[in-house]
Design a protein around this ligand. Structure first.
Ligand code: FE2
Length: 400
């Protein structure tokens, strides 16, 4: 979405009120000519006075029922970069910063296509391996433990690319929890607080065998799905077993480019995912493979051939094209040009956005050992930590 962030706020703006008081119109010259309309009800709802918003935590103190439905602006006054508005019938005057209004303007062309993404996201394919400053190079464990800027940059990599590596951490049982402690909280599941990934006799889940696995997102049979996964290497002497990641958002975009109908059926219809591999566990969820927000934003990809149940929510007439789309999505995931490969050594790990990036490992031989520990966590805490680091680092005086 094109916002007004590039427009410089200066004294060169004019604020007027529509004749019926229903709108504020702000026009002027910045780095570009701008013309923004704001509804009276929206402005009143977004007042920042102390009876509307808590001065302590910014939480809204009133409900919409406290604002008269026919709220109108009766008076406008500009003072420097502030705009003072008086609302009727409350006869209440509120001060707005012109900067805040520009940052939150909504009077613009919404020409978003189905599958649009937030502007901070970067989609990638195998070429990512050649990028020196990407998530493939990651960060060193000690650096992000001791340097807030390094931690911020590493978290930004996860936010931007959907995964990042972390190297040279402790080679210790459950060291993966120290990684999660840097940004959030472990999501405990029926697999426990963490799970072991190594060869086992009589495996209850294919992840515990030496077979290669098709790239997948984890646990699509949960709702909500774990949004982050950490895979931490403790032993790695077996041949093979390289890790591989695929950007599910890049796959979805490629699919849409090749045939919009394929993208459409995979985002329109739900798939059922199930897992009941151990006593007392019968997990199931019903979600699309490509999930869009109501306004078309691409928000999640789910792909896991092993836990997909019978597809019963696609209309009969659409089932053939659905399977064609599903097959092509699978082919794109298997396409080496979409894959980034890397090897984890003991003490290395990677964090993956489980709503976007698929992961896999190549098959490995029985000689030697390969031992990973994995756990789940969630993105809300990671984004919260990242935003808070960005704010505190931006506000830090330059001489500190
Ligand atoms: Fe997995």
């Amino acid at each position: 979405m094109q916002r007004y962030e590039t427009i410089q706020v200066n004294q060169m703006f004019e604020a007027t009120v529509a004749a019926d008081g229903s709108q504020l119109i702000v026009t002027g010259e910045g780095s570009a000519r701008f013309h923004m309309r704001f509804h009276a009800i929206w402005l009143r709802d977004n007042a920042w006075d102390e009876s509307t918003r808590s001065a302590v935590n910014g939480q809204r103190l009133i409900t919409l029922a406290d604002i008269p439905p026919h709220t109108r602006i009766s008076h406008v006054n500009v003072n420097g970069s502030e705009i003072h508005l008086t609302f009727q019938p409350e006869n209440k005057t509120i001060t707005y910063s012109a900067r805040w209004l520009m940052d939150n303007a909504y009077d613009q062309q919404h020409c978003r296509h189905s599958g649009w993404m937030q502007p901070n996201l970067v989609i990638w394919d195998s070429d990512l391996s050649g990028e020196p400053d990407s998530s493939i190079s990651g960060a060193a464990f000690n650096d992000i433990c001791n340097d807030a800027s390094a931690l911020k940059e590493w978290l930004q990599q996860i936010a931007r690319y959907g995964f990042a590596q972390l190297r040279s951490g402790p080679v210790k049982d459950k060291a993966l929890f120290k990684v999660v402690d840097l940004f959030g909280y472990v999501r405990e599941t029926n697999y426990g607080r963490h799970f072991e990934v190594r060869t086992e006799v009589n495996p209850v889940n294919l992840a515990y065998t030496g077979l290669g696995l098709q790239a997948h997102t984890d646990n699509p049979y949960r709702d909500p799905v774990p949004t982050l996964q950490v895979l931490y290497c403790l032993e790695s002497s077996a041949a093979g077993g390289e890790n591989m990641v695929v950007d599910g958002f890049a796959v979805a975009h490629k699919l849409r480019h090749e045939n919009p109908e394929w993208f459409d059926v995979l985002s329109r219809y739900c798939v059922r995912f199930e897992y009941s591999g151990s006593n007392g566990v019968m997990l199931h969820a019903r979600k699309p493979m490509i999930e869009l927000a109501p306004d078309g934003e691409l928000v999640a990809v789910r792909f896991n051939n092993r836990s997909a149940a019978a597809i019963t929510d696609v209309p009969f007439e659409q089932m053939e094209i659905f399977y064609a789309a599903y097959r092509r999505m699978s082919e794109l995931i298997e396409d080496e040009s979409m894959q980034v490969m890397f090897r984890l050594n003991p003490g290395d790990c990677f964090v993956v956005d489980n709503t976007r990036v698929l992961h896999a490992r190549k098959g490995y031989s029985g000689s030697g050992t390969r031992w990973l520990q994995g756990c789940y966590a969630d993105k809300d805490a990671l984004y919260s930590k990242l935003s808070s680091l960005e704010k505190s680092i931006a506000e830090k005086p330059a001489n500190e």
